[in-house]
Design a protein around this ligand. Structure first.
Ligand SMILES: Nc1nc2c(ncn2[C@@H]2O[C@H](COP(=O)(O)OP(=O)(O)OP(=O)(O)O)[C@@H](O)[C@H]2O)c(=O)[nH]1
Ligand SMILES: [Mg+2]
Length: 415
């Protein structure tokens, strides 16, 4: 199934709307961000464009791992959090239990939580007023030099790379000359506008607004648009402090992909490149295999990211392909002190050489926080500590006393 059919949000979607509340018009900037941990970077960069976030909790499931992860991410960025309990229409919905969890886990005031059903529409109308009342309006000065933050980008064959930006200070309009702090490259603005919900041109974008910008002549390479970059007007570089950057996510899961029919290689390459234009987190390298022919080694943020990409390749581009099982990067530490990172099993030194020269083999470890109900810990700890042990348990605390800390391998653990 494709990501759309499976209903998984992969890429954050953005739009602006006008909303009248108690006689005043408000321009709201809304983002639907993914929830799954593979797309955490998508969530983090969306938060930079916002002043608040709805913390959606399923009334039948209660707080889940991704709720905790996204809560801390939003909290760390100083966003105003509005707890929303969804799916209250379900027969096994238990809103009182969820309210208690919100209080115990996040110290969020249960009386501020909105209980809704997106299915029946119950209470949904109270969400926008709550947002207007509780999320602070963006601060910024339209008269200061331009300070523009690059939130996201996508590619259009006519307009080149289109940037989604948040204006922290100043203003921007067509004809302005702007410069990137990260690359030093200069561009002339072709058009500015807001997503309303599609691209709607505006004469000017001012401090506090989130909108799109593209250039004329256009930006041709997606790589020039570095997420987290700051832009200002040419000549004002010395008057503006760039905003703290944003670390681009690193691929952690690698597969090789080959077309089943080698005569289709060109079409296969085109299809992959097409998908890469709008997903910059995928890395790509040519690869040749004696058995499977010419193909590519692709790097993904996680296994869900990989499987969504594979589905799109099959469905949207009719590609018939063979994909190898996923692997993570390994670091080989040789006795002579050399350190080599490999992402392709074919690069692994053969057995004889390996046994003699390898001092150590390392795989990525990831710190994790496990939040366990009090009843389960004993079995869970036994499982984590059983041989062959691949997780290091550094600290075990209960929710009311702190977080247990565990480092586990990124590679899926065999059960
Ligand atoms: N019964 C009921 N089902 C709901 C309600 N809201 C959403 N659903 C269902 O829950 C499923 C997931 O909904 P989504 O809106 O895709 O959830 P999401 O949080 O956007 O998921 P990701 O973007 O993948 O993180 C769908 O099958 C919806 O039909 C609700 O209020 N009641
Ligand atoms: Mg979604």
């Amino acid at each position: 199934m494709s990501s759309e059919k499976r209903g998984i949000t992969v890429k954050a979607q953005t739009c602006s709307m006008l909303y009248n509340h108690h006689g005043d018009d408000y321009l709201l900037h809304l983002v639907d961000s993914p929830g799954h941990v593979d797309f955490r970077a998508e969530v983090a960069r969306s938060y930079v464009s916002c002043g608040g976030a709805l913390l959606l909790v399923d009334a039948s499931q209660g707080i889940q791992a991704q709720t905790v992860a996204n809560f801390y991410l939003a909290f760390a960025q100083g966003l105003k959090l509005l707890p929303v309990i969804n799916k209250v229409d379900l027969p096994h919905a238990d809103p009182p239990r969820v309210l208690e969890q919100l209080k115990d886990t996040f110290e969020l005031d249960p009386t501020t939580a909105v209980q809704v059903s997106a299915k029946t529409g119950l209470n949904v109308e109270s969400l926008l007023p709550s947002i207007v009342d509780s999320v602070p309006a963006p601060v910024g000065d339209s008269n200061k030099p331009l300070r523009l933050y690059l939130v996201d980008s996508w590619y259009s064959s006519y307009k080149g790379v289109i940037l989604l930006v948040r204006i922290f200070d100043g203003q921007i309009k067509a004809g302005d000359q702007i410069v990137s702090f990260a690359t030093g490259m200069k561009y002339t603005v072709g058009e500015v506008g807001i997503m309303y919900p599609d691209q709607t041109p505006q004469r000017v974008l001012r401090a506090g607004q989130v909108g799109y910008v593209y250039f004329n002549p256009s930006m041709r390479k997606s790589q020039e648009a570095k997420i987290g970059d700051t832009y200002t007007k040419v000549g004002q570089q010395n008057q503006v402090e760039p905003l703290p950057g944003f670390e681009e996510p690193k691929p952690m899961v690698f597969v090789a992909a080959f077309p089943v029919d080698q005569s289709q290689f060109e079409h296969f390459e085109d299809s992959i490149n097409q998908l890469l234009l709008n997903d910059r987190s995928v890395t790509i390298q040519k690869e040749a295999s004696q058995a499977l022919g010419a193909g590519f080694r692709l790097g993904f943020l996680g296994t869900l990211h990989c499987s969504v990409f594979e589905d799109r390749l099959r469905q949207e581009h009719g590609a018939s392909l063979i994909i190898t099982p996923p692997t993570v990067p390994f670091q080989i530490l040789y006795r002579d002190g050399r350190e080599v990172t490999i992402t392709n099993p074919a690069d692994f030194p053969d057995d004889d050489v390996a046994r003699k020269n390898i001092a150590e083999l390392r795989e990525p470890l990831r710190p994790r926080h496990l939040h366990l109900p009090r009843r389960i810990p004993r079995q869970s700890h036994r499982a984590l500590r059983s041989k062959p042990r691949r997780a290091e348990v550094s600290r075990v605390l209960h929710l009311d006393t702190g977080d247990p800390q565990i480092r586990t391998p990124t590679r899926p653990t065999r059960r």
